[in-house]
Design a protein around this ligand. Structure first.
Ligand SMILES: Cc1cc2nc3c(=O)[nH]c(=O)nc-3n(C[C@H](O)[C@H](O)[C@H](O)COP(=O)(O)OP(=O)(O)OC[C@H]3O[C@@H](n4cnc5c(N)ncnc54)[C@H](O)[C@@H]3O)c2cc1C
Ligand SMILES: NC(=O)c1ccc[n+]([C@@H]2O[C@H](COP(=O)([O-])OP(=O)(O)OC[C@H]3O[C@@H](n4cnc5c(N)ncnc54)[C@H](OP(=O)(O)O)[C@@H]3O)[C@@H](O)[C@H]2O)c1
Ligand SMILES: Cc1cc2nc3c(=O)[nH]c(=O)nc-3n(C[C@H](O)[C@H](O)[C@H](O)COP(=O)(O)O)c2cc1C
Length: 579
């Protein structure tokens, strides 16, 4: 039966009105749009909370909202950092969509709600009916752990699981779409449904996206590090002219690579295959060599391949690492070891072409933080990428995507790209507020974009950059631009940390501590604190240094400093883009 049309101003009860108005307050316009502007007594609200670092879950939350609306529900999409723990208990119908980061950890925007939900005195959730969609990557040990944790905790707090959790690997679209199409009707069952009219004109969307990447042209591929550097970092400019795509400073661009033909040839040789073997791939037949070049991850071994090699070889070391060893030891073993290393290490194991393909994961895009502002470069996207090249196990190794960009894309070939928005990682709306940016190595990328953005906006707020890399003489990338920004006053402060120019390592966090009093003063002036780059070592140490600065110069206890930092995170004044 068709859902009744509800006029826009149909009455809510006072409680409903107060509750929802609290929620609508501060909601982004696109979310209001997706919620539609409808009121209806007894209409069912479906809360959709997302935990997302790089936008996948946020985008799925919006997909789920559109579907909910089509089923006559009123969807409320919220980032987990926009919700207080006390509000959870009143979300009778709830979807949680979250990714996992770090080592089995919550994405940044979900951390605080998760901490509150984990407390002994967290509110009971007997009234809540929920389901969880978890995004992750099976190459990590703790696959989809954040989603698993939410599912378990909601149960412990008395909530009712209306539909089983779905854990999605890197190819999340199909399982996520299935979950959405199955869970929404359940959430709508027995509800008074409404027809929602949107007041906002739909925004023009490009035909290009993750499922249909844009074939872009490479305009510039320039070496940033000196020829005699121990690193190779490159600046790329990629044209998006004619794509209808647009981006904002803070977003990431994803590149869909193809594999190095020389690595494909070496793998075929190790397998004893010609490459002409025809195999079923993506619903058709494809030669093995083409499949390896374009469809499968042939550098990083999947868990299934490792297990198969361990079981067939009976190798004690590998079996011990996989089944009895510590996670760290397995990671050490795998660091720098690729599929070809394993094939060469165990030549006695024979795989048929079909068997081998079944043990590989699909070739994935890689994300890169955009290093330009569309206000200055509407038709192109700039990236700053460290080429992964190293020698190990008697061979030269190359990272798939960073060297695809460096070596394989020419001005005559296309590079397939799409964007992932990062709505939390943005230049402040208030142009007068200070920005503090910590971005060593390629972490500088989004801050180049932020500074371009501030320049284009003629923003009065002062800007402070902490940058560092190995050696000043060879690795001070974008040096001329940065010094020009300093000279023009766009950069009010610049602090540099070149780690290998002296016997003792000096890192960006050392510079933060040395300048702690001023850093604290900037924070007190409403300054935003941004971090980009290595998630595993740098971002953790910078976080500790931030706590220390606030404790020492704000004259606070450890707990008070942590509360100060948490408040900043909640206000989105401490945000990170780390990988
Ligand atoms: C949101 C986001 C933004 C990002 N932004 C940027 C960016 O702006 N710039 C940038 O350069 N990267 C960025 N990255 C990282 C980027 O996505 C890729 O992970 C990176 O380029 C490596 O990919 P690859 O395909 O070249 O290497 P892969 O083929 O994925 O190989 C990586 C593997 O190589 C091995 N390895 C790497 N280095 C060594 C070494 N020195 N010794 C031994 N083994 C090694 C390890 O096994 C490692 O897992 C970002 C990532 C994310 C998630
Ligand atoms: N797990 C890893 O080993 C790891 C981590 C991050 C990035 N990467 C990869 O390495 C490539 C290059 O990355 P990049 O150019 O962004 O950065 P990077 O080369 O890893 O480092 C940039 C700078 O950060 C310093 N650094 C190292 N540890 C730090 C810490 N705990 N705190 C603060 N600074 C620290 C480095 O010093 P030193 O090198 O002199 O110590 C260097 O001066 C990328 O492809 C990335 O994917 C690997
Ligand atoms: C630095 C980093 C760490 C990650 N750690 C995990 C992990 O521990 N477990 C997991 O299942 N997935 C992990 N992932 C994969 C993400 O969860 C996955 O890419 C997800 O689709 C991201 O969704 P989002 O864009 O909404 O954050 C990690 C990804 C990155 C880049």
């Amino acid at each position: 039966m068709k859902a009744p049309f509800i006029p826009l101003n149909a009455p809510y009860s006072d409680t409903q009105r107060a509750w929802l108005s609290g929620f609508f307050a501060g909601m982004h316009s696109h979310m209001l749009h997706s919620a539609g502007s409808v009121n209806a007594a007894n209409a069912r609200t479906l809360f959709i909370l997302y935990g997302s670092q790089t936008g996948n879950c946020e985008s799925l939350a919006n997909d789920a909202a559109a579907r909910a609306k089509a089923h006559g529900l009123i969807p409320m999409v919220k980032g987990m950092d926009e919700v207080e723990i006390g509000q959870l208990a009143r979300m009778e119908y709830l979807l949680i969509i979250t990714s996992t980061y770090g080592e089995g950890a919550m994405p940044d925007n979900a951390e605080m709600l998760w901490e509150a939900a984990s407390e002994d005195d967290a509110p009971r959730l007997e009234n809540v009916k929920y389901s969880v969609l978890a995004l992750g990557d099976t190459s990590y040990d703790l696959f989809c752990q954040a989603g698993i944790d939410w599912d378990k905790r909601l149960q412990e707090l008395g909530a009712t699981r209306l539909f089983d959790r779905v854990d999605c690997d890197v190819d999340f679209e199909a399982p996520a779409e299935k979950w959405i199409s199955e869970v929404i009707p359940l959430m709508a069952e027995g509800a008074t449904t409404v027809s929602v009219i949107d007041n906002e004109a739909p925004t023009a969307k490009s035909a290009y996206n993750r499922k249909n990447p844009f074939p872009a042209k490479m305009l510039v591929n320039r070496l940033l590090t000196a020829a005699d550097s121990s690193k190779e970092t490159r600046h790329y400019e990629i044209s998006i002219a004619g794509s209808g795509l647009s981006y904002e400073a803070g977003d990431a661009m994803c590149v869909v690579p193809t594999n190095c033909p020389a690595l494909v040839a070496d793998i075929l040789k190790a397998l004893g295959c010609s490459g002409n073997e025809e195999e079923p791939v993506s619903g058709g037949l494809m030669s093995l060599s083409e499949a390896l070049r374009t469809h499968f991850e042939i550098k990083l071994p999947s868990k299934e391949l490792l297990e198969e090699i361990a079981s067939r070889s009976g190798d004690q070391e590998l079996n011990a690492l996989l089944h009895n060893g510590s996670k760290d030891k397995l990671n050490d073993y795998l660091w720098g070891r690729d599929i070809l290393d394993l094939l060469l290490q165990f030549p006695g194991i024979e795989f048929s072409a079909a068997e081998f393909l079944r043990l590989l994961k699909p070739l994935q895009h890689r994300a890169y933080s955009i290093s330009s502002s569309s206000k200055q470069h509407p038709d192109s996207v700039h990236l700053c990428v460290a080429s992964v090249r190293y020698d190990a196990h008697g061979r030269s190794h190359k990272g798939v995507c960073s060297t695809y960009l460096a070596d394989l894309v020419t001005e005559h070939s296309d590079v397939k790209i799409f964007f992932t928005p990062n709505n939390s990682f943005r230049v402040p709306n208030d142009d007068s507020l200070p920005m503090i940016m910590v971005g060593p190595g390629t972490g500088i990328a989004p801050f180049r974009a932020f500074l371009q953005e501030r320049e284009a906006r003629n923003a009065s707020g002062k800007n402070w950059l902490f940058f560092g890399d190995r050696n000043a003489a060879t690795d001070f990338i974008y040096r001329e631009e940065i010094e020009a920004m300093q000279a023009s006053g766009l950069l009010a402060r610049l602090d540099l940390a070149f780690s290998r120019d002296q016997a003792e390592k000096i890192y960006v966090q050392d510079r933060m501590l040395e300048n702690g009093a001023e850093l604290y003063a900037w924070l007190e002036q409403g300054g935003y604190f941004f971090v980009c780059g290595d998630a595993y070592r740098m971002a953790k140490d910078v976080d500790q240094a931030l706590h220390d600065v606030i404790r020492i110069h704000g004259n606070k206890s450890v707990t008070e400093a942590a509360e100060y930092v948490n408040q900043r995170r909640k206000d989105k004044r401490y945000v990170r883009d780390v990988y």
